[in-house]
Design a protein around this ligand. Structure first.
Ligand code: CS2
Length: 513
């Protein structure tokens, strides 16, 4: 599925270095690249102004409004960073999306944001915007790490200091769940209009999950607060499930240069993205929605089928690709994908370890879907980074591997390449004494890094470390804590990676598969 970007347009070619050019704004933006000549009034409040949002929801919404109108402008908030909001604000909220495929690229400017802001001190404005009756949808792209989930309880991490803060500071919440609840509380106290909360993150059953976390936050409030909120949320707020898909790397200087060369303007914050895009949603919107189907969004009751397929086949295999690649000295996903031993690992994990664990949605053919994944991972021009995909493994891997591992455990089997993925993740994030994972692994971030590195430093052996990761670290679900053979296999791989390298470890996994 590629993006329908309307008619082709010719853009000026210049060679100037980007910063000598006029800044992108409403006056300088080339008309042919602008999707909307006028930004509509706000209908959506978005939390998480990252590149993924800017190349996915923002583009679908701009195309929907371009085709059918509607007050669906986006007010977007970045919880921590002010960098992207500041760049966009200086550009009249504009930025360009650079769609990069191997044989062509295209640049559009969605012009759908009514306001962009960032940083904890601006959160009051976000709550007030959620409380506006014109706001019909709250959308979220805060990554797996942004939901304050405790793997131990499989629910809201009520012990986290930020959640504790949000429970007692209604005007200055710090977490995404806190912001949603405090915004809904303001609505409940005033007009009580219906609204939809739409998660656009890679979580299993992301709508149900968000509803569960919101419900647990509300239940932890004092009764005088929770009663009114509970009644409002259970009757007038919906949480549709959705599956989102588009590979969107971080912005690099070459993307700024591409925009300069094509559009003749300096965009401080363009977004690179692949041409493929997919969005599958439940049609359960309490107060209406944009016509996202204009750009191919699929509305269905079987979101879960698509979600499980994507979380395991694309995201699960993506994790393997990033850790094996980084350990093999590859900076980019395409670089990693073309290593013969990685290709063999991908084929095995996809066909033998993930595919048997779920049913494909009706109409999707495994071979075609997988062939398409390989071609998406081969996009050398897009050049997605192993360090991007490998970051935050402690919050991504539980979504991707838990059910498949349990599925194989029921058949007394160990999925060898899933075990290798976990060993490779640990080798990248928290290398044991004497092992150097290399600069691309060093560049990976992870919220559990400090904790993992601390334990790795005091571990007496790979098996001691791996056992703790599953029993004491609070990263994986308790159901995985008792799978000692699985843990042993991960330790064997970790030891092999350290002694003989990732390729040898992968060949061993192949011999056991
Ligand atoms: C990636 C995803 O970060 C990751 O781990 O697997 O960001 C992936 O690129 C997107 O989910 C694609 O839709």
């Amino acid at each position: 599925m590629t993006m329908n970007l309307g008619s082709n347009y010719t853009l000026p070619m210049t060679n100037s270095s980007a910063t000598n050019l006029p800044l992108l704004n409403l006056k300088t933006a080339p008309q042919e690249a602008l999707l909307l000549q006028q930004t509509p009034a706000t209908g959506i409040v978005h939390i998480g102004l990252g590149n993924f949002h800017r190349a996915h929801l923002a583009v679908y919404t701009a195309l929907a409004v371009q085709a059918n109108g509607g007050d669906w402008g986006i007010f977007a908030y970045s919880m921590r960073s002010t960098a992207t909001p500041d760049s966009m604000t200086a550009q009249d909220n504009l930025y360009s999306v650079v769609t990069i495929s191997p044989d062509s690229d295209q640049i559009i400017i969605p012009a759908i944001h009514t306001k962009v802001l960032g940083g904890p001190e601006r959160v009051g404005e976000v709550l007030r915007e959620i409380a506006q009756s014109a706001t019909k949808i709250i959308t979220l792209t805060v990554t797996e790490a942004g939901y304050s989930i405790s793997q131990e309880t499989n629910g809201l991490d009520l012990g986290s200091p930020d959640i504790q803060w949000d429970l007692t500071h209604p005007a200055t919440p710090k977490t995404a769940i806190g912001i949603i609840v405090r915004g809904l509380q303001l609505r409940a106290q005033s007009h009580k209009s219906p609204i939809t909360v739409l998660s656009c993150d890679n979580l299993s059953s992301n709508g149900n999950r968000t509803a569960q976390l919101v419900g647990q936050f509300v239940a932890a409030l004092p009764e005088f607060e929770s009663q009114e909120l509970d009644a409002y949320i259970s009757t007038l707020v919906t949480f549709p499930n959705s599956m989102v898909d588009r590979i969107v790397p971080g912005t690099q200087p070459r993307h700024i240069e591409m925009v300069a060369n094509r559009l003749g303007v300096h965009d401080q914050s363009p977004v690179p993205a692949e041409a493929f895009t997919m969005w599958v949603l439940e049609d359960n919107f309490a107060a209406g929605r944009p016509d996202w189907e204009i750009n191919g969004a699929i509305f269905t009751k079987d979101v879960e089928g698509y979600e499980v397929m994507k979380l395991r086949l694309l995201n699960g295999a993506h994790s393997l690709l990033s850790y094996l690649g980084a350990l093999a000295g590859e900076e980019t996903i395409p670089g990693a994908r073309f290593l013969p031993f990685v290709e063999q690992a991908l084929q095995t994990i996809l066909y033998k370890e993930f595919l048997p664990t779920f049913s494909l949605p009706i109409g999707v053919e495994a071979d075609k879907y997988i062939a398409q994944l390989f071609s998406r991972w081969s996009n050398t021009v897009l050049g997605d980074l192993t360090s991007r995909v490998g970051s935050d493994g402690s919050t991504k891997l539980p979504q991707r591997i838990t059910q498949p591992v349990l599925f194989h455990a029921l058949n007394q089997e160990i999925p060898q390449y899933i075990a290798l993925t976990i060993a490779a993740w640990l080798a990248c994030i928290a290398p044991l004494a004497g092992f150097e994972p290399g600069k691309y692994a060093d560049a990976m971030k992870d919220p559990a890094k400090e904790k993992l590195v601390g334990y790795a430093a005091s571990s007496t052996s790979p098996s001691d470390f791996v056992r703790w990761v599953f029993t004491g670290a609070g990263i994986f679900a308790p159901e995985l804590a008792t799978l000692s053979e699985f843990h042993n296999q991960i330790s064997i791989y970790l030891d092999l990676i350290m002694r003989e390298g990732i390729e040898a470890a992968s060949k061993y996994a192949h011999s056991l598969s």
